[in-house]
Design a protein around this ligand. Structure first.
Ligand code: C5P
Length: 214
C-alpha cells in the first residue's frame, strides 16, 4: 500500500506543530515533529558532549508515544526538550551533518511505514521531496513571538517578549543560512501565512489542499 506524505515547513513558532497535529488527527495520519527529534539530540549532546556525534546511532534512540511524547533512550523527555538551554543550542546541533543524516534517514523510514504529516525545516526540500502536499507556513515575527510567549507562560517559564523575539530571529537566521538543508520554501510548496488566521482556519486550508490534491 502506498502512503501519503504531507510536509509542513517554516520558521520557528509559525504554528506548524499545533496545526500539523490537528491535520494528522483529522486525516488519521501519523504526526511526526522533527524539531522534537533535533531537540532530543541536543539534550543528549548537552549532557554528554559533542564527541558522541561521530557515533550518534550508538547513543541516541528516539521514539514517539501515542500522545506525541518524545522518548530519548526510553526516557520521556517531552518537557526537557523545550527548556531554554535546549532551545538556545538546537540550531547549532541541527547544522551538523552527522546529526542531520541520522535523523533524516529515520524520518524517511517512518514515512515508508505510514501516511504522515511531518513538520520541520527541510521536509519538503530534503526529507520528503516527493510529498503529495507541501506547505510553507509563515507568520510575522511579532505574531510568532506573541504565540511563543503564550506557550512559555503556560509552561510556567518566566520570559519576556523581547527575549523571545530575539531568540526566534536568531534561530531562524542560523536555520536559514546553514550549509546543509537550510530553511527555504520548496519550489512546489504552498505558502500559508497564519498571521491573521485562527488555528481552525489554518487547519481547514490545509485539509482543503489535501482534498484538492488526492
Ligand atoms: O520545530 P522546532 O522549533 O522545535 O525546531 C527546533 C530546531 O530544530 C529548529 O530551530 C532547527 O534548528 C532544527 N530543525 C531542523 N530541521 C528540521 C526540524 C527542526 O534543523 N526538520
Amino acid at each position: 500500500m502506498s502512503h501519503i506524505s504531507i510536509a509542513i515547513d517554516g520558521p520557528a513558532a509559525a504554528g506548524k506543530s499545533t496545526i500539523a497535529k490537528r491535520v494528522a488527527k483529522k486525516l488519521e495520519y501519523l504526526y511526526i515533529d522533527t524539531g522534537a527529534m533535533y531537540r532530543a539530540v541536543t539534550l543528549y549532546v548537552l549532557e554528554h558532549g559533542d564527541d558522541i556525534i561521530q557515533n550518534i546511532s550508538n547513543h541516541v534512540h528516539i521514539t514517539f508515544g501515542i500522545n506525541d511524547e518524545v522518548y530519548l533512550n526510553d526516557k520521556d523527555v517531552s518537557a526537557e526538550i523545550r527548556s531554554p538551554e535546549v532551545t538556545n543550542n538546537v540550531s547549532r546541533v541541527a547544522a551538523i551533518g552527522e546529526v542531520r543524516t541520522y535523523l533524516v534517514d529515520m524520518q524517511r523510514e517512518i514515512s515508508t511505514t505510514s501516511s504522515v504529516v511531518m513538520d520541520g525545516r527541510d521536509i519538503g526540500t530534503t526529507v520528503l521531496p516527493d510529498a503529495e502536499v507541501k506547505i510553507f507556513m509563515q507568520a510575522s515575527p511579532k505574531v510568532r513571538a506573541e504565540r511563543r510567549l503564550l506557550e512559555e507562560t503556560a509552561r510556567g517559564n518566566d520570559i519576556d517578549l523581547e527575549t523571545l523575539t530575539a531568540e526566534i530571529i536568531r534561530r531562524d537566521e542560523i536555520d536559514s543560512t546553514r550549509e546543509i538543508s537550510p530553511l527555504v520554501q520548496a519550489d512546489d510548496a504552498v505558502l500559508l501565512d497564519t498571521s491573521h488566521l485562527s488555528i481552525e482556519e489554518a487547519e481547514a486550508k490545509i485539509i482543503q489542499l489535501v482534498k484538492d490534491k488526492l
